[in-house]
Ligand binder design. Structure first.
Ligand code: NAG
Ligand code: NAG
Ligand code: NAG
Ligand code: CA
Length: 384
């Protein structure tokens, strides 16, 4: 591009120079007629001698007139060349702009192509994450993951974690669950996992009852399924909540007895003795915040104890579920625990509770930001 400009400039100066030489003119020459006689230029010699002499072959006013016309024609030529130069410069600019636009178009096309590829890649990564565990459910049945572990223990040296089919006792239903067979001696049925925020937990009551998400990734097993598992005859279940903070600290809360009432009781939660390092956020600091024995609430089913409303900090809350980004939980005047909210970044305002909440797990008096959580249940060895 630069050389085109240079060539044009060169052409232009040549043009100007030839115009000057061809007409014997001088650019810096003033235009006033009076001083014309001083010009030593060859073409003007005859007129140069006019001044002070009477031997003028042509009358002086005619000579001056001719000279003026000559000047005008030079000026006209110069103007023409300037105009031409201006035109070609404008054309050059247009060409440059067009070329830049084309280049930008190509670039933005490449950027969108890259973006599309990144999206494909990240969805592939998600899928392969899900496929990392045996996605094909293992066809060996059991009543729950503890039962499967007990059945396989003698036959298989190392039972893999993954998706298994369970058929709880005294029910017609069998369904898939994710079994953690490595964590703390294994036998855990995962009832909830929140890790990357990729699954939508903003769900109505019916979804919380039936379950949703991907068993190998984020999911909520479903209140009915959990009810079937923990209400089997002659069993008791332990609930274990494993938490990881944004700064990679792990902690847990465990309840030595866990069961749910049935749907007519809105799956009221019952918790036994607490043990752990994260604090008993389910019960909170005082009876007002106690979620033990609270019924389940969802955005469209309100059992949260705020009737018609609660005061939380400075805000008035009618629905804890709505306050907690439309997630379902065993809210009681909201309370200090909600593991179904979004993982990650700490919330900006304390008023809205949109992130995973386990308020009793603190650092320097401030609740930790929780990156991931898993809720799992396991049989407690009974004497029978
Ligand atoms: C133009 O004329 C002036 C005055 O006569 C002179 O000094 C100058 O060198 C001339 N320039 C050219 C390019 O001829
Ligand atoms: C609320 O939930 C939606 C859907 O899961 C999510 O996209 C959004 O980020 C959540 N809002 C906040 C503030 O966490
Ligand atoms: C809430 O009220 C407290 C005083 O009770 C005040 O310090 C705080 O700034 C208020 N917060 C908001 C968000 O209005
Ligand atoms: Ca309410």
């Amino acid at each position: 591009m630069m050389w085109t400009t240079t060539v044009l400039l060169l052409l232009f100066s040549l043009l100007v120079a030839s115009a000057i030489q061809g007409n014997g003119g001088n650019l810096s020459q003033p235009e006033t007629d009076e001083e014309l006689s001083d010009t030593p230029a060859e073409g003007r010699k005859p007129f140069g001698e006019v001044k002070g002499q009477d031997t003028c072959s042509v009358p002086c006013d005619i000579a001056a007139k001719l000279l003026r016309e000559e000047k005008h024609s030079i000026c006209g030529q110069l103007q023409q060349s300037l105009l031409a130069f201006g035109r070609s410069t404008r054309k050059l600019m247009r060409d440059v702009m067009e070329e830049q636009h084309r280049a930008l178009d190509v670039l933005s096309g490449q950027v969108s192509e890259l973006m599309a590829r990144v999206q494909t890649l990240s969805s592939e990564v998600q899928r392969s994450n899900a496929e990392m565990f045996s996605v094909e459910p293992v066809q060996s049945h059991g009543r729950d993951c503890s039962d499967i572990k007990n059945n396989l223990m003698s036959a298989v040296p190392k039972i893999p974690s993954g998706i298994y089919i369970v058929h709880p006792e005294d029910t017609d239903s069998s369904f898939e669950v994710f079994c953690e067979m490595d964590y703390m001696e294994g036998g855990w049925t995962v009832m909830q996992r929140r890790t990357d925020g990729l699954s939508d937990f903003k769900r109505p009551w019916a979804d919380y009852v039936d379950g949703f998400g991907h068993l190998a990734g984020e999911h909520w097993l479903g209140l009915t399924k959990v009810f079937h598992i923990v209400n089997q005859k002659d069993t008791r279940f332990q609930l274990h909540i494993a938490l990881v903070s944004l700064d990679d600290v792990a902690s847990y809360a465990s309840y030595d007895d866990f069961r749910l009432d049935d749907e007519t009781q809105f799956f009221r939660i019952h918790l036994g003795r607490y043990a752990g390092s994260a604090g008993d956020a389910f019960r909170g600091y005082d009876q007002e915040q106690n979620q033990d024995t609270a019924p389940f609430s969802a955005p469209d089913v309100d059992n949260d104890g705020c009737n018609p409303s609660c005061t939380l900090g400075n805000s008035t809350v009618e629905s804890c579920s709505v306050q907690h980004n439309h997630t379902g939980w065993w809210f009681n005047r909201c309370g200090l625990a909600n593991l179904n909210a979004s993982p990650g970044e700490a919330e900006q305002s304390r008023g809205r509770r949109t992130h995973i909440l386990w308020d009793t797990w603190r650092r320097s008096g401030v609740p930790r930001t929780i990156r991931s959580v898993t809720m799992k249940i396991r049989r407690i060895a009974t004497n029978s």
